[in-house]
Design a protein around this ligand. Structure first.
Ligand SMILES: *Cc1c(COP(=O)(O)O)cnc(C)c1O
Length: 357
């Protein structure tokens, strides 16, 4: 039996995608082998790869002049690759909106001067801070568009002038329509909203590829190594890329990111509206900054947390435990979470409140 999986990542995938991958598992389109067994240099695999890239370009409406890379090492490797490749002057601005931003900042500090120009640390990252004007001499400004742990997201992008805007979009890529031309570089670990773990997507504006990193920068950590070799300098995460392609085609079949965003807004509203009218559950996050993807919520009595979790699990609603830095619960409701899953969660919460609240 399938459960409703509210995990933050790796996370739920569309059932249609799993069924398709299952049907193609041992014999992909008459090739006589699975995608996992193919040479990444084969014609049949190149087609899978090209289809995934095309679907990504279409879904995100990536304008001309950007390269799409499929890399390994997770979003966490980008924390180092970005300063190593983009910082020609050696100073960049960061916005600190929580745990992942902090990790990006800490890693960048190993190589360059970082200027944290805005932060929401004063209120345990429950809001998105106002971003001041950016010093035009900086190498880039880095933001985390959606904060997976704290459940906040940028609703308006900061205006950076000529300074390249770099974004960690790991937990909300392809969840809402975004103007990609506003970004110079976007990166995302696949395992939140796009597929299984193992691939990191980087969308990078061509002019940034000309910022040559220091000679000592490892070959694998140079964007040009990957852009000049179609992401196949070495063996790419072949199977993950295949599933990402299926997920993106599933998004396009729903009507694209705009249609998926509409469904995401409906799902999130269902949950937030219920929490806001309840005297038992509460959301720690400022209303206008709430994430559509990760919804942390607190029970009035934390002594009931363990009961809530065990009864939810018994009801087929799993992985609702909040991150230790926030406490309480967190429901991650990515693109692939069906509306029925959110409805079932709200019903369960109502029922639990009636019995225990
Ligand atoms: C999960 C996550 C990461 C870390 O991704 P890895 O692929 O595990 O390195 C980074 N940033 C954000 C916003 C995340 O949600």
């Amino acid at each position: 039996m399938r459960v409703f999986n509210f995990a933050a990542g790796p996370a739920v995938l569309p059932e249609d995608v799993l069924a398709k991958a299952g049907a193609e598992m041992s014999d992909y389109k008459g090739s006589g082998m699975s995608v996992m067994e193919m040479s990444h240099r084969s014609k049949v695999y190149q087609q899978i790869f090209d289809t995934a890239e095309e679907a990504l370009r279409k879904a995100l409406q990536i304008p001309e002049g950007y390269k799409v890379l499929f890399l390994q090492g997770g979003a966490s490797t980008q924390f180092a690759m970005i300063p190593l490749n983009l910082a020609t002057k050696g100073k960049a601005a960061y916005v600190n909106t929580g745990a992942w931003s902090k990790k990006a900042i800490e890693e960048a500090k190993r190589y360059i001067d970082t200027d944290v120009i805005a932060s929401s640390a004063d209120k345990n990252f429950t809001y998105i801070p106002e971003v001041p004007a950016v010093d035009q001499s900086l190498d880039y400004l880095h933001i985390t568009t959606n904060n997976t742990i704290f459940g906040t997201k940028f609703s308006r992008l900061p205006n950076t002038g000529n300074v390249p805007l770099v974004a960690d979009m790991s937990s909300n890529i392809a969840s809402e329509v975004m103007d990609m031309s506003r970004f110079a570089l976007v990166y995302a670990g696949a395992q939140k909203n796009l597929g299984p773990a193992g691939a990191t997507i980087v969308v990078i504006r061509d002019d940034l590829l000309e910022r040559a990193p220091k000679e000592i920068t490892p070959t694998m950590l140079r964007y040009t190594t990957h852009s000049e070799n179609g992401s196949m300098f070495n063996t790419p995460p072949c199977y993950t890329i295949y599933i990402i392609g299926l997920v993106l085609e599933w998004i396009l079949a729903q009507g694209g990111v705009a249609a998926v965003e509409k469904a995401n807004r409906e799902k999130a509203a269902m949950l937030y509206d219920f929490i806001d009218q309840s005297g038992f559950y509460s959301s720690p996050v400022r209303k206008e900054d709430r994430s559509l993807m990760n919804v942390p919520f607190i029970l009035a009595d934390s002594a009931l947390d363990a009961d809530f979790l065990s009864q939810a699990t018994a009801a087929g609603l799993v992985n609702l435990k909040g991150h230790r830095s926030v406490g309480g619960m967190r429901a991650s409701i990515y693109n692939a979470m069906p509306k029925e899953g959110v409805a079932a969660l709200v019903d369960f919460m109502k029922d639990f409140e009636k019995k225990r609240g």
